[in-house]
Design a protein around this ligand. Structure first.
Ligand SMILES: *[C@@H]1O[C@H](CO)[C@@H](O)[C@H](O)[C@H]1NC(C)=O
Ligand SMILES: *[C@@H]1O[C@H](CO)[C@@H](O)[C@H](O)[C@H]1NC(C)=O
Ligand SMILES: *[C@@H]1O[C@H](CO)[C@@H](O)[C@H](O)[C@H]1NC(C)=O
Ligand SMILES: *[C@@H]1O[C@H](CO)[C@@H](O)[C@H](O)[C@H]1NC(C)=O
Ligand SMILES: *[C@@H]1O[C@H](CO)[C@@H](O)[C@H](O)[C@H]1NC(C)=O
Ligand SMILES: *[C@@H]1O[C@H](CO)[C@@H](O)[C@H](O)[C@H]1NC(C)=O
Ligand SMILES: *[C@@H]1O[C@H](CO)[C@@H](O)[C@H](O)[C@H]1NC(C)=O
Ligand SMILES: *[C@@H]1O[C@H](CO)[C@@H](O)[C@H](O)[C@H]1NC(C)=O
Ligand SMILES: *[C@@H]1O[C@H](CO)[C@@H](O)[C@H](O)[C@H]1NC(C)=O
Ligand SMILES: *[C@@H]1O[C@H](CO)[C@@H](O)[C@H](O)[C@H]1NC(C)=O
Ligand SMILES: CC(=O)N[C@H]1CO[C@H](CO)[C@@H](O)[C@@H]1O
Length: 864
């Protein structure tokens, strides 16, 4: 619950885990005519593709309609509860005309519009509970329609776009008797920090999480003395925690996590003795953690983290008898934890420390708690695996990545770990031989250690296994061809970056559930068996950087789910495979020995976004039909990727770039000949085009100016001639350009973007002149006439390095973490993109699967 993604996932998952019973109805009473009429008007706007309202028929009394509840003495409709009924279309607020309706829940549907009666015809409604949340495509430009709800007590509009409602707070103060107000992920921007007073007289719960508030904590908040739950997490709030917080004597839950709140964590916070949940993690607090936190005797959940925090963990925390979850993190925290830090924590269930604490615990220490989960990241718990952890018999997850563990008590350790569903030992220096070990956990990360020997065996329980970046050696056959008692369910296997050798075995029929297979960066040899083309579920297959050979002529069209294949850096020969599944998105076949022409069948791959055939022996022309590939040529494109994102903590360096969604075409280092087909210049979505080191000829069409998304263009070392079209200067995203070593001539076009490239981009074209080359056009052509003649045969360009000038792409288009996550919270299509994006980076960040399974268990996800 402390990691950003898991919050998101929990939010997403709650959509699936709602099981409230709909209201039962009473058949004896006849429905009021007016009420029935209003319900029928509402039904007219509802689109029910899946026919979820079959009972709403004229043959039945409306009190018996699904979701309708009538008062059993008056027969008047009092409640309408249609949450999560897959309804779409319009919400007609004629419903408010149902005189005695007091409860209206239309949450978790797909409604797209709201039609409100004209404001001149307001009838005051009795609705006191209104929940329209999680209708993600709904947006309101104003909240005036709320004015007719004079009795409103519970209002939930979470996940509805209120971006254009700047006066939302004023609208809410017109309902001073609100008890619960939830406006999470509404794209709100203005929290009215300077407003002095909001006249809520009964407010208990305020949820404004996941918005875009950039300001100090608002003044008015500290005037609501009734309040007991405040959730302002996942915003951009700044400034210190003001002392006026102390006036909120009823506060039980304060969630300020994932903001930019600074200052120190106040000592006086310890006076909030009734506080049960305190979330301060992922902020910018500095100073040390005050020992007064130990006075918060009701505390059940405590989260504090900030990379600016220093000092150690106060021993007073060991007094928090009710504490179930303790999360502390920060790169600069240090110090030694001993038994006093845990002395009274007998209810502790989750211990999460992401700081370089050391431990001074007796080897026979028996902790007062039985934990469900342990996460000790970046801690100094080594070199031996701590003995006290063996006393914990109910662990659901054990995560000790990057914690200086180098030695484990072999048999004891693997027997202990076999009963824990999720085990993460990444980034330690454990060196052990696992040849005879059988792994049993659902999720196991052993990557980035020093494991040696042969690959371990796995039981049929394992879903995810990551053994990458170790020194496993020998053949992969023992793992793959080891028959398990029952069908295995392995979904994700990463054995990349080891010293594995030998051939690829023919045992793939045991691996029917594999979706992700990473075997790159090993020493595998020989041919790939035909049976490998029979994975029914494989999505990502990476065999790159091995020494695999043979004719890669497999018919891959049976791998119906395959989206990503990477065979780069092997010795595969033969022609480019023509039979591929239709969903193929990324096809990386570079650096092999492939021969022949580029097959036009590739143009049938309607989802293709990346194609790399570079460094092969391909010959012939570039197929003009590339313009049939919709993701390259298509006109519609809503968001310009790439974005930069840091999945772990906000405000740090880029950790991931969205290569998965980049549209690239790389054909460099082949023997391609002929001219560039003019259609190529219509690939408006393409971001990278690399045709260098071929024998291509002809001129560059001025149509190149229409490739508006191009970020990197490399045409170097071919035989292109003619002028560089001036339209190239309109490619406003272009950040890498290499036209060197051709026969281009004339003046280099002027233009804002083009001027940012240095002379090396143009070197080796004797006929070119003008900035940035140190050759004046007048001088060069002798007569001010740059017509492409080559009389100025300077060899100045020869010395330029043209191969390794790749500068990176898309500078300046970074969308911060919030840009992404904020949108993800909001919009279904984005959410799908995000999930897809996680799929794509699974190999690098291990996010997706962990999130997937953690989410199902309902506990926090964590990332390696
Ligand atoms: C009416 O409903 C209330 C609760 O909603 C129940 O206690 C009562 O027995 C019901 N009366 C009749 C006549 O069904
Ligand atoms: C909503 O219902 C009213 C009747 O209360 C009706 O006049 C109006 O046309 C409906 N709105 C839409 C958009 O159908
Ligand atoms: C306004 O309210 C009156 C009385 O309820 C009703 O007769 C009339 O149809 C309403 N007008 C509109 C535009 O909804
Ligand atoms: C919306 O908020 C109300 C009031 O706080 C709450 O009862 C309801 O469960 C929330 N709805 C959803 C879908 O979370
Ligand atoms: C907000 O207003 C802008 C400008 O009028 C509009 O383009 C945008 O679609 C609106 N957003 C929503 C969610 O209504
Ligand atoms: C609360 O404040 C609003 C203005 O923000 C005002 O219109 C309303 O009358 C006030 N209500 C009470 C009960 O003071
Ligand atoms: C809130 O602030 C206003 C103005 O500063 C003050 O009049 C009022 O008494 C305060 N209310 C509470 C409950 O503190
Ligand atoms: C694995 O087991 C075999 C047979 O029991 C034994 O010969 C071998 O030494 C063991 N290897 C390791 C690394 O323990
Ligand atoms: C890994 O193990 C090898 C051989 O056992 C050893 O030479 C090497 O120093 C170890 N590396 C680390 C980082 O412990
Ligand atoms: C290039 O031409 C400009 C005038 O157009 C002149 O000022 C400059 O000295 C020339 N540079 C060289 C290197 O000849
Ligand atoms: C209650 C309701 O509107 N039901 C309709 C759902 O859609 C089907 C056809 O798709 C209609 O037949 C139902 O009357």
């Amino acid at each position: 619950m402390f990691s950003q993604i898991s919050i998101l996932l929990l939010l997403l998952l709650c959509a699936n885990t709602f099981h409230r019973s709909t209201c039962d109805t009473n058949l004896q009473l006849l429905c009021n005519e007016k009420d029935r009429y209003a319900l029928q008007i509402f039904k007219l706007g509802v689109v029910n593709h899946s026919n979820m309202l079959p009972s709403w028929s004229t043959e039945q009394d409306c009190c018996a309609w699904k979701g309708v509840h009538c008062d059993n003495t008056t027969g008047r409709v009092t409640r309408l509860d249609l949450h999560q009924q897959y309804l779409e279309g319009e919400i007609n607020l004629s419903l408010f005309q149902i005189q005695f309706l007091n409860y209206l829940d239309l949450s978790l549907n797909g409604f797209t519009t709201l039609s409100a009666p004209s404001p001149t015809n307001i009838t005051f409604s009795n609705v006191h509970f209104l929940d329209l949340s999680f209708n993600e495509d709904l947006h309101f430009d104003n909240l005036n329609w709320l004015n007719q709800l004079s009795s409103l007590k519970y209002l939930n509009l979470s996940q509805i776009n209120l971006q254009n409602e700047t006066n939302w707070l004023q609208s809410m103060t017109l309902h001073p008797s609100l008890i619960e107000l939830r406006l999470a992920s509404c794209h709100l921007t203005n929290i009215s920090p300077s407003m002095k007073y909001a006249n809520f007289s009964s407010l208990l719960t305020l949820d404004l999480s996941g918005n875009h508030f950039v300001s100090e904590l608002p003044y008015w908040l500290f005037n609501i003395t009734t309040i007991s739950n405040i959730d302002l997490s996942f915003n951009l709030l700044q400034g210190p925690i003001p002392k006026s917080l102390l006036s909120l004597r009823n506060l039980e839950c304060l969630k300020l996590n994932d903001n930019e709140i600074n200052g120190s964590i106040p000592e006086w916070l310890g006076q909030h003795e009734q506080l049960q949940y305190l979330g301060l993690s992922e902020n910018m607090f500095h100073g040390s953690i005050p020992s007064s936190i130990g006075n918060l005797s009701s505390l059940v959940e405590l989260g504090i983290s900030s990379n600016l925090l220093s000092g150690d963990l106060p021993t007073s925390l060991g007094q928090l008898l009710n504490l179930k979850t303790l999360f502390v993190g920060g790169e600069s925290l240090s110090g030694v934890l001993n038994e006093y830090h845990f002395s009274n924590l007998s209810n502790l269930e989750e211990l999460i420390l992401r700081a370089s604490f050391s431990f001074d615990l007796a080897s026979d220490w028996i902790p007062p708690f039985q934990l469900k989960g342990i996460i000790l990241r970046n801690a100094n718990i080594g070199p031996n695996f701590p003995e006290w952890i063996y006393t914990q018999h109910s662990l659901e997850y054990l995560e000790v990545p990057n914690s200086n563990i180098s030695s484990i008590n072999g048999d004891l350790f693997w027997r202990f770990v076999a009963n824990i569903p999720q085990v993460i030992l990444s980034k330690n220096t454990i060196s052990a031989d696992l040849t005879n070990i059988t792994l049993n956990s659902l999720i196991i990360f052993l990557d980035q250690n020093n494991f040696t020997g042969g690959l371990p065996h796995i039981s049929a329980n394992v879903i995810l296994l990551d053994l990458s970046f170790n020194s496993f050696s020998g053949p992969i056959t023992p793992l793959f061809c080891h028959k398990l008692g029952r069908e295995n369910i392995l979904d994700y296997l990463d054995i990349s970056s080891n010293l594995l050798s030998g051939g690829v075995p023919d045992c793939w029929e045991y691996w029917k559930h594999l979706s992700f297979l990473f075997m790159q960066n090993n020493k595998l040899t020989g041919e790939v068996p035909q049976s490998m083309a029979s994975f029914p579920k494989i999505i990502i297959l990476n065999l790159s950087n091995n020494s695999l050979s043979g004719n890669f002529s497999l018919d891959l069209s049976n791998l119906k789910k395959l989206e990503y294949i990477n065979l780069r850096g092997n010795n595969f020969s033969g022609s480019v495979p023509t039979r591929m599944p239709h969903g193929m998105e990324v096809m990386l076949l570079g650096s092999n020995q492939l021969e022949g022409n580029i097959p036009p069948q590739l143009c049938n791959l309607s989802s293709l976004i990346q194609l790399d055939l570079s460094h092969n022996k391909l010959s012939g022309p570039i197929p003009p039909c590339f313009s049939d590939i919709p993701s390259w040529a298509g006109a519609q494109r809503t968001i310009h990727y790439p974005f930069q994102i840091n999945l772990y903590t906000k405000g740090q360096e880029l950790q991931y770039r969205d290569y998965g969604l980049l549209r690239t075409l790389e054909l460099s280092y082949n023997n391609l000949s002929g001219e560039i087909p003019p259609q190529i210049f219509s690939l408006v979505q393409l971001q990278t085009l690399n045709l260098s080191r071929n024998h291509l000829t002809g001129k560059i069409s001025r149509e190149i100016g229409s490739m508006k998304n191009l970020e990197s263009l490399d045409l170097s070392s071919n035989k292109f001639h003619g002028e560089i079209p001036a339209s190239i200067s309109s490619l406003s995203f272009l950040s890498f350009l290499n036209l060197s070593n051709n026969d281009f001539a004339g003046q280099i076009p002027l233009g804002t973007q083009i001027l940012t490239f240095s002379a090396s981009s143009y070197a080796g074209n004797p006929g070119l002149c003008g900035a940035p080359l140190p050759i004046n056009c007048t001088e060069a052509s002798g007569n001010g006439n740059a017509d492409g003649s080559k009389q100025h045969g300077g060899s100045k360009g020869e010395g330029f390095e043209t191969d390794s000038l790749y500068l990176g792409m898309g500078v300046g288009f970074a969308v911060g973490f919030w840009g992404l996550l904020g949108s993800v919270f909001l919009n279904k299509t984005w959410r799908h993109k995000y999930i897809r994006f996680l799929n794509h980076v699974a190999g690098q960040l291990h996010v997706f699967v962990v999130v997937k399974f953690n989410g199902l268990r309902g506990t926090q996800a964590s990332f390696v």
